[in-house]
Design a protein around this ligand. Structure first.
Ligand code: HEC
Length: 112
């Protein structure tokens, strides 16, 4: 698809959704992008961090709340979870649950 067609498709989708839904959707995409540095694009991690793509939404929310309360020990997630509202956590759970999980690309061994 050309860029122009992509743009047209996006505009059509924006008109189809209510303004509020579009705003919420953009907000969650921006938040999800901040997770990508560690969890990979669309939650498909290729590093040592857990894959979020296709994760069960109830499990996702439970883990985020446990990070927030400090019930689940973590290196970094406590800080990330504390910066999010409960609504944002619920919407991120929906977002990542809907992302297709890809077979992770194994990195080349360093000593080949
Ligand atoms: C700086 C790197 C980093 C960033 C940024 C980050 N995470 Fe994490 N995440 C981790 C690590 C590492 C773990 C494993 C637990 C730990 O040590 O904190 C983890 C674990 C998780 C888990 C538990 C997964 C499981 O299978 O149990 C969830 C859910 C999660 N992160 C969601 C998020 C979300 C949502 C964001 C963005 C708002 C995010 N993370 C941003 C590094 C990161």
């Amino acid at each position: 698809m050309t860029a122009a067609k992509n743009l047209a498709a996006c505009l059509l989708m924006s008109y189809a959704l209510s303004a509020g839904a579009v705003e919420a959707n953009n907000h969650i995409r921006v938040l999800a992008a901040s997770c990508a540095a560690c969890h990979g694009s669309n939650g498909n991690s290729v590093g040592g961090t857990p894959v979020l793509a296709g994760l069960d939404r109830t499990y996702f929310v439970t883990q985020m709340m446990a990070f927030r309360k400090g019930d689940r020990p973590s290196t970094v997630m406590q800080h990330h979870a504390k910066g999010l509202t409960e609504v944002e956590i619920e919407l991120l759970a929906d977002y990542f649950a809907a992302q297709p999980r890809k077979a992770s690309a194994s990195p080349m061994p360093l000593n080949f």
